[in-house]
Design a binder for this molecule. Structure first.
Ligand code: OTU
Length: 642
């Protein structure tokens, strides 16, 4: 299926195609000069990566020049304010790391539609948000559509949420408020109602080549042997029979999500164009969904193939030409060891994504909470590399997906053959199936009780806030929630808060779930934003007010103290007790996180003396603290500065 094996890699000096020099000669001089400079750096990269992928196709050079011309034209038509933003950011590669805070929400559940999101801007500013990820808002296929992750048109906003003009207005208002809008960009698959899929069904051979097909049941079986199942319960298998084509379309996710065939150069060119057009509407960041699956190599599990990185590096290069202020975020829910290449640290080095989700840290934090032991977080952090300039981990406690446990397999396997049981325990714990568990989540996609997959539920339900009966239980649950968020804020270059978690919203009600399209357990943590409870956020006599105040204190501290910035290296600081995680940021800041339900006392250990930090000021209370003999309340987080 892959065409690249025999492709020679182009080498030698990259010379700009005549088509491009002509375009630039006719363009206004100021922009043309800047673009010539950008192309000096980017054209050789682009030529190299795209030649690796597509050089064996006829007319590669002509195709390449069209792709570049398309980017240059979009750069020339980029609105002035965005052009200026690009120029400003080019001189500050870490612009997105400065006290940044992400927030993630569904447009309809958070605010009704895109205009409604504009009304929310003051709330986002109050919290300190600088980056807003709105879950898919492009035109989706008819429901069920995986919450919008089955896109029918990348060039149009979902009419139920607004139109392209609304999007542009929203991005402008957000920008004026210091907030960058992030849009999902589903690279791996399109809705079966996308024009390409409709044409393919109609017999158009060119558009059939935009997808992957298996011709016989034997072909399907041969592929399936090596592939994992993402939704084994609700969408078993990776292929869907399409009667009109008399073949099986490759559908890694739901049957209505057809995987794109990136061996077809037009797929790459069209997707790149749509992305850059959205950038010109003011979208400042793209969450590149399911990046790990972009390239299929028969005989492998078809994940994280080298070509994935050539595709992403080529996308980055085009972005650097047409919209260099834009961030690319890899959604690659993979073990930590598989992530460095998404930052361009793999075999083929070079700029790739600016941000990637640290899903292992997220999952490990939940395991640590269930085990009241932070060993697994330390194991994950030991696999977490320092990042190149301009790159950041997106840390988070919850998001719109399940908590996947399998990303932690390398860490648990390294601790012994019997250790996978810990993941099963965590999933049972958060489903509330373990004696003493306070959690009200649910297992995801696991029909077999001995197999772990994921866990659903809002953070408040998982930490026991919604099950708490007594003030002491409420207090413990609140502390768990705040401590988990404080850890994410401490580690992340770009920490992300999921809608409602800033004040402890609980699960979607059963009644509400019953009304939703398509059976998907993840609806449990996709509630409609509860306006009524949110209104309590400034009232500290309420639970919502206490959570909101505690969280904001950490957010503010992160913004005020540049020594907390992720540009300073992170290291594990041995606290002497595995219930308490100690993390140093640079040499002056220490974060302590007590994952146990018992108070913990720090005792003098080699860690304390070795690292020369014996005391500090609590960045939240302002109190001077001595680390020797320091008492940590159950589930508390303390940030100290020397
Ligand atoms: C992503 O998810 C999205 O976040 C999901 O909401 C979509 O359903 C999915 O893509 C398809 O578009 O594996 O790396 O286990 O973590 O599906 C991509 C559930 C993914 C998700 C998983 C994930």
């Amino acid at each position: 299926m892959s065409l690249i094996e025999d492709c020679p890699v182009a080498s030698g000096q990259a010379i700009l195609p005549a088509r491009i020099t002509e375009l630039l000669d006719q363009a206004p001089a100021a922009r043309a000069d800047v673009l010539r400079e950008r192309l000096n750096t980017e054209f050789p990269v682009l030529q190299d990566r795209l030649a690796r992928l597509y050089d064996c196709h006829d007319n590669f050079s002509d195709w390449l020049s069209q792709v570049v011309a398309q980017a240059v034209k979009l750069a020339l038509s980029r609105p002035n304010d965005l052009w200026a933003l690009d120029m400003q950011r080019a001189s500050q590669p870490n612009w997105h790391l400065n006290g940044s805070l992400g927030y993630c929400a569904y447009v309809d559940k958070f605010a009704g539609n895109l205009s409604g999101v504009r009304q929310r801007i003051p709330h986002l500013q109050e919290l300190g948000v600088t980056y807003l990820h709105l879950l898919p808002f492009l035109k989706p296929g008819t429901p069920p559509n995986d919450g919008g992750f089955a896109v029918a048109s990348y060039d149009e906003v979902d009419p139920a949420l607004g139109n392209n003009h609304d999007l542009q207005t929203l991005t402008q208002e957000l920008r004026a408020a210091g907030i960058s809008l992030c849009s999902d960009f589903v690279l791996n698959h399109v809705s079966h109602e996308h024009e390409w899929a409709l044409k393919a069904r109609g017999g158009d051979a060119h558009h059939q080549s935009y997808f992957h097909w298996a011709k016989t049941p034997e072909d399907v079986a041969a592929h399936e042997k090596n592939l994992i199942q993402i939704f084994p319960n609700t969408a078993p298998g990776n292929f869907t029979f399409i009667p009109e084509v008399k073949a099986w379309a490759w559908t890694t996710f739901y049957p209505y999500q057809w995987d794109l065939n990136y061996t077809q150069p037009d797929v790459f060119a069209e997707m790149a164009q749509s992305l850059l057009q959205l950038a010109n509407l003011g979208v400042e960041a793209f969450r590149l969904d399911s990046t790990g699956f972009l390239w299929k190599r028969p005989g492998t599990n078809c994940m994280n193939q080298p070509e994935v990185h050539w595709i992403l590096q080529a996308m980055r290069s085009l972005t650097n030409i047409a919209a260099p202020g834009v961030l690319l975020k890899a959604e690659a829910i993979m073990p930590t060891q598989d992530l460095p290449p998404y930052f361009g640290l793999g075999e083929t080095q070079g700029p790739e994504c600016h941000v990637a989700y640290h899903s292992s840290l997220m999952s490990a934090s939940w395991v640590a909470l269930a085990e009241e032991n932070t060993q697994i977080i330390q194991d994950v952090l030991s696999h977490t590399p320092a990042l190149p300039d301009g790159c950041a981990w997106m840390t988070y406690v919850r998001c719109h997906d399940d908590i996947g446990w399998n990303v932690l397999r390398p860490e648990v396997d390294a601790r012994g053959a019997d250790q996978r049981a810990r993941l099963l325990h965590a999933s049972q714990f958060f489903a509330g199936d373990v004696a003493g568990s306070y959690a009200q989540g649910a297992a995801f996609q696991a029909s077999d009780p001995t197999v772990v997959h994921g866990t659903n539920g809002m953070a408040a339900a998982l930490v026991g806030l919604t099950s708490a009966q007594t003030p002491a239980e409420q207090e413990a649950a609140k502390s768990r929630l705040v401590m988990m968020q404080a850890l994410s804020l401490f580690v992340g270059g770009l920490p992300l808060i999921y809608m409602g978690d800033e004040w402890g919203q609980g699960n979607t009600s059963a009644q509400e779930i019953a009304q939703r399209q398509g059976p998907d357990g993840r609806e449990l943590h996709r509630p409609i934003f509860d306006e009524h409870s949110f209104a309590n956020r400034h009232d500290e006599s309420t639970m919502q007010g206490q959570i909101y105040a505690a969280l904001r204190a950490f957010i503010q501290a992160k913004k005020q103290h540049s020594s907390l910035s992720a540009t300073h290296p992170l290291s594990v600081w041995h606290t002497g007790t595995s219930a308490v995680l100690g993390l140093k940021r640079g040499s002056h800041v220490l974060g302590l996180f007590n994952f146990s339900g018992q108070p913990q006392t720090l005792s003098p250990t080699p860690g304390i003396t070795q690292n020369c930090m014996t005391h500090g000021t609590d960045l939240i209370s302002g109190k001077a603290l001595d680390l020797q003999g320091l008492q940590l309340a159950p589930y508390s987080a303390i940030w100290l500065k020397k």
